[in-house]
Design a protein. Structure first.
Lengths: 310, 307, 488
């Protein structure tokens, strides 16, 4: 309609665009360029070779190389074997699980009469904590010999201590991530629920519709905008998971420095970035992450455009 | 007639029965409901309890192989030590820095967010959808990847290692844009009926006036909630401030927390003091939430609506 | 039109605001440097504005509070020396050495390096590759001459030959010729043992690792040990990295080396060999028998010294710099040199601990005079008396031969045997007496880009194999990590 608004709109957007160009787009382009340079060294702004190369991408997907004494070796298979797989596990376990739990808790909170405010406050508490400190608390709670969890269940399982298996450590990690992800989701669902017209429920009550049916036929469809929104944002968040592993293990795995069994993509990026020599690999991994996230997000947007009731 | 009466009577009895069953069912489901919520609440609260308990224990208790649920004797002096003048955790200095950085980065964010959200929600221009998609796509970029280039940028601007103003700027300016909040506010602005806009136009109000006189007041709850969420964000931000604020007195609160209470030559952490510090850092945030709960809830409730 | 003007002006204003803030900040930096350069002293590093100017140096460190305070006190004395009063020294804590290195690497392209920083020689290799390290030879010569000329009254008392040889030579072991770092606080590893326990069961302290193996079996057979709850092992080794590197050295197993490839010195990783693998297999056998544990195997960032003081370990190998963490009043503690594999060979003990590196910052944002002043500061804080008092405080070793002849250090060394068991000071003193006799056996490993990674990844091998990785695979992934850290 108002095409004359064209330049005005750009003026309104100017501060945002300028800042984004400097602090997001420029570093992003820089990263993409670096991902195509061999052995980019940020301390000197130099790289090996003369032209763009796909080597960094091939390397993170396990291309083998030549080393001057021992013959061949594989550069690194940690990206494929651990970083990628672990990240996908985290995403596809914690996102649905935390959304489901948050939904249940939110619906529960919405239908109780007593202590509602206190409970709301309690469920928001993980949001206001220092992730690193609480991660340490989780580590202590899941300790083998004197941890709270083994104490409560009378078990003697090695969860995350030395010698723990990848899957038990992954379990603890997922529990921690879900725990930490709950409050924000509960909050959004709760406020979404409070926005739902009470008439729907009254109608259901008159028809004496079973509660499960009310939940699946009324609550979920009416909450679908919130659910879709939470799905997309927490999906992106879960793909970038990193600090939870640091908080819990301070290492990409429970079994010493060579253990990468809980490596995530961003952790891999961080590790590679730490040494000037492997910066190019970090850049390539970051671009791969970006592509994966874009792919999943577009799928989600597509699905939610079809399914969400507004 | 008698037949009918009978049936009626029967129904009466049935209705009573049904009512009774319903009542029992209601109580039962309430019990289940509360049990579920209480169990979840306990799960949520246990780490906090552990944090507080640890902050009141002695180092010997923490390091002992046998752990106890309660501290033997509550060591309140841990708090005095953690916050005292001899502590390496300079709470008040960190608090001041965090508040300054938090407030200024939030104000900047609010301004850019209001403008951008207004443009996306209300105005029409070529390439609007493409631009918005690009904006959303930037949310998917792992921030870690941008760190090195951005560090060089802020260093070139003279903000690293010069003085405290530089450190503040380095911690504030790169965070003046938040696509997430632009998205949030755009959703909110879109909720405002078009009729209001046309009415304002008829009244001779310009876009600018309409934005500040109509849209911003309507969106006030979400603006307040953005303010609070962003402030909480700077309370917890770690990686970037750690890099650019390379002086004890420029640190933000979570950097201070991480660095303090650790013996650097041995790497041993005084967990009790660290947890005491953590408790002290957490409480203000919790109070902020309790105090502004209404706004935060109202703010995020718009988050998921159609865009 | 009116509105659009407003918007335009606001946008322009916000842009100007951004730019002017930058400008302001630069102006401020300039004025503050000219006006208050001499009001701030070392202890004043707590003042909230930092002084940037010519007569100012910045020190990046990773010292704890007590150690920093000691250095700050020395620095105040240094700044009181005539000619130094106008200068300021600022200490910036980086928390730990990894963080320090990581920040320094990022500071190279950003041109925000400090004048001087604490370092491990491994780190210097990376800095050197980027071309930002100041070669110290000329400074050393100049200071040697100056101190010799000044005589007894000289506060610096510099004499490059007086620095303990093993410590000093470490700074010259880069791939380029010359001195690139200078020693500050140096330590080695010794074995602490539970003397009460050893005396009770009449056990003798092992001199070789073979004796250790027998001893461990012997200890595990003792009833008291069998009944100890949560008993870890007879022996703990705090540093996984040092354990394998020291064992390689003692057994003559290749670890890393420097070779020349087309005229350029390049670091090389040699540890992926059969002898090394056999050693690891043997050690894993020890672990399976319950003889040994390490910090990595304990997990949760638990030090073996912690378990030692709790009584669930009877011996622990740890850094002399962390002596105080091995002290407990629960039992008597003994100190012994690290056992050896081969008694026919000269004994080998690892040399570790931070040094100082000076940055020339490639580019013109630093002045030669600043490096010179930083160098002078270094010579002062490592003069015989200062080095001795720092060593006494921390448990590190003095870096000067003549420190041992200072009055305070002689007092420190003169210890009543009873005090060893009853006070932490006594234990430190016993350690100092011991390490004085070990210095000929100190070794370091070659330094090059990637040597830091070699250390940590080799240090991960033992833990990896203990947790079920195959020996071959563990060595291979360690080698992969190493190669990734090098631009081959």
């Amino acid at each position: 309609m108002e095409s004359k608004n064209n330049w005005k709109a750009w003026l309104y957007l100017a501060p945002t665009i300028i800042l984004m160009l400097i602090f997001t787009i420029y570093p992003l382009i820089n990263t993409i360029i670096i991902s195509f340079l061999k052995h980019y060294d940020y301390t000197q702004n130099t790289f090996a070779g003369t032209s763009f190369t796909f080597d960094n991408y091939l390397l993170i997907f396990g291309k083998t190389g030549q080393y001057y004494i021992d013959g061949t070796f594989s550069y690194t298979t940690t990206f494929m074997r651990y970083a990628l797989i672990n990240t996908l596990i985290i995403v596809f376990v914690t996102v649905p699980a935390s959304i489901f739990l948050a939904l249940l808790i939110a619906v529960g909170l919405n239908s109780i009469k007593w202590f509602r405010r206190i409970f709301q406050t309690i469920f928001f508490m993980p949001y206001v904590t220092n992730a690193i400190a609480i991660g340490m608390v989780f580590a202590v709670m899941f300790q083998k010999d004197f941890g709270l969890i083994n104490m409560i269940f009378g078990t003697n399982k090695n969860w995350i201590d030395f010698g723990a298996s990848r899957w038990s450590a992954m379990f603890v990690l997922c529990v921690y991530i879900i725990w930490h992800a709950l409050p924000y989701k509960i909050l959004i669902f709760l406020s979404g629920l409070q926005g739902i017209d009470k008439q729907y429920y009254q109608a259901a009550k008159i028809d004496s519709t079973p509660k499960v049916k009310v939940f699946t036929r009324i609550t979920i469809p009416l909450l679908s905008p919130q659910i879709a929104y939470v799905f997309i944002t927490s999906f992106i968040g879960a793909f970038k998971e990193y600090s939870s592993v640091v908080a819990l293990l301070n290492n990409p795995g429970p079994n010493g420095k060579l253990d990468n069994s809980l490596l995530t993509i961003v952790y891999y990026i961080y590790n590679m970035m730490d040494k000037p020599a492997s910066m190019s690999l970090a850049a390539a991994a970051a671009v791969v992450l970006l592509l994966i996230v874009l792919f999943f997000t577009f799928i989600q947007l597509y699905v939610s455009n079809k399914k969400v009731h507004y | 007639m008698t037949d009918l009466k009978l049936v009626l009577n029967d129904e009466k009895i049935n209705a009573k029965k049904v009512q009774k069953i319903e009542k029992v069912f209601k109580i039962l489901s309430n019990i289940v409901l509360y049990a579920f919520i209480i169990v979840m609440a306990i799960i949520v609260i246990i780490p906090f309890y552990w944090m507080i308990a640890t902050s009141l224990k002695t180092m010997e208790e923490i390091r002992a192989s046998q752990q106890y649920f309660f501290p033997k004797v509550a060591q309140w002096k841990n708090y005095a030590e953690a916050l005292g003048p001899n502590s390496s955790f300079k709470f008040w200095v960190y608090l001041r820095n965090t508040l300054i950085v938090g407030i200024f980065s939030t104000l900047g964010t609010l301004i850019t967010t209001i403008f951008a959200a207004f443009a996306f929600a209300r105005l029409n221009f070529k390439g609007k959808d493409t631009l918005f998609t690009i904006f959303l796509a930037t949310m998917m970029i792992p921030g870690e990847m941008l760190v090195i280039t951005n560090y060089i940028t802020v260093a070139r601007l003279g903000w690293v290692g010069s003085d405290i103003t530089g450190a503040y700027l380095a911690m504030i300016v790169p965070f003046w844009v938040s696509v997430f909040y632009i998205y949030l506010l755009r959703q909110n602005f879109k909720q405002i009926p078009n009729e209001l806009y046309y009415a304002a136009k008829v009244d001779g109000k310009s876009d600018w006036q309409y934005l500040w006189k109509v849209m911003v007041p309507i969106a006030m709850p979400i603006l307040i909630s953005i303010f609070i969420l962003k402030l909480m964000g700077s309370w917890n931000s770690y990686v970037w401030p750690n890099l650019v604020a390379n002086n004890e007195n420029w640190r933000l609160i979570s950097n201070g927390l991480r660095g303090a209470f650790q013996d650097t030559s041995s790497g041993m952490i005084q967990y009790n003091l660290q947890m005491a510090g953590t408790v002290v850092v957490t409480v203000p945030l919790l109070l902020l939430f309790i105090f502004f709960r209404k706004y935060i809830m109202r703010g995020v409730s718009r988050a998921g609506l159609k865009g | 039109m009116k509105t659009s003007k407003k918007i335009l002006s606001i946008s322009v204003l916000s842009l100007i605001a951004i730019l002017s803030l930058t400008g302001c900040n630069e102006d401020k930096a300039k004025t503050s440097s000219s006006s208050n350069s001499n009001t701030s002293t070392a202890s004043d590093s707590t003042s909230s504005t930092q002084i940037v100017g010519d007569k100012h140096i910045q020190v990046w460190h990773a010292m704890g509070k007590e150690n920093l305070e000691a250095v700050q006190t020395m620095t105040e004395q240094f700044l009181a020396i005539p000619g130094n009063e106008e200068w300021t020294v600022e200490f910036i804590s980086k928390g730990n050495y990894d963080q320090l290195k990581s920040d320094a690497l990022k500071a190279i392209p950003a041109q925000t390096l400090p004048t001087v920083a604490m370092c491990y020689p491994d780190h210097v290799a990376d800095y050197l590759k980027a071309g930002v390290v100041e070669k110290l030879d000329s400074y050393i010569e100049a200071s040697d001459a100056a101190s010799a000329a000044a005589g007894e009254s000289d506060p610096y008392q510099f004499d490059s030959t007086d620095y303990i040889d093993a410590f000093w030579q470490e700074g010259a072991q880069q791939v380029e010729d010359g001195m690139y770092s200078v020693p500050f606080s140096k330590s080695t590893e010794v074995m602490f043992y539970n003397k009460t326990f050893f005396d009770k069961y009449n056990l003798s302290v092992p001199k070789t690792w073979d004796q250790m193996e027998t001893l461990c079996a012997q200890i595990l057979a003792i009833d008291e040990v069998k009944n100890t709850a949560n008993y870890e092992a007879p022996l703990g080794y705090d540093s996984d990295d040092n354990m394998l590197i020291t064992f390689f050295k003692q057994l003559g197993i290749p670890y890393t080396s420097i070779r020349e490839i087309s005229g350029k010195k390049v670091g090389q990783f040699d540890f992926n060999n059969q002898d090394a693998k056999d050693l690891v297999t043997k050690l894993v056998g020890w672990r399976e028998n319950g003889y040994i544990t390490t910090k990595a195997l304990l997990g949760n960032n638990t030090y073996t010294s912690t378990k030692f003081t709790e009584g669930t370990l009877h011996m622990t190998v740890g850094s002399t710099g962390g002596t105080r963490y091995n002290f407990t009043s629960n039992f008597k503690i003994g100190v012994a040199p690290l056992p050896q594999w081969d008694t026919d060979e000269e004994p080998s003990y690892i040399l570790q601990g931070p040094s100082y590196v000076f940055f020339n910052k490639k580019g013109d944002y630093t002045k030669k005079s600043q490096i010179e002043f930083a160098w002078k500061w270094y010579t002062y804080i490592t003069n015989p008396v200062n080095s001795a008092s720092y060593a006494i405080l921390t448990g590190y070793e003095p870096v000067r031969y003549s420190s041992y002849q200072t009055e305070i250090y002689e007092q420190h060394l003169d210890v009543n045997p009873d005090r060893v068991a009853t006070t932490a000071d006594g234990l430190r003193s016993a350690v100092s007496n011991l390490t004085q006799t070990l210095q000929d056996g100190y070794f370091t490993t070659p330094v090059f880009v990637g040597s830091a990674t070699a250390r940590t990844s080799v240090g991960g091998i033992f833990a990896a194999v203990c947790s079920g990785t195959s020996v071959t695979q563990a060595f291979e992934s360690a080698l992969n990590d190493c190669i990734l850290s090098q631009n081959v």
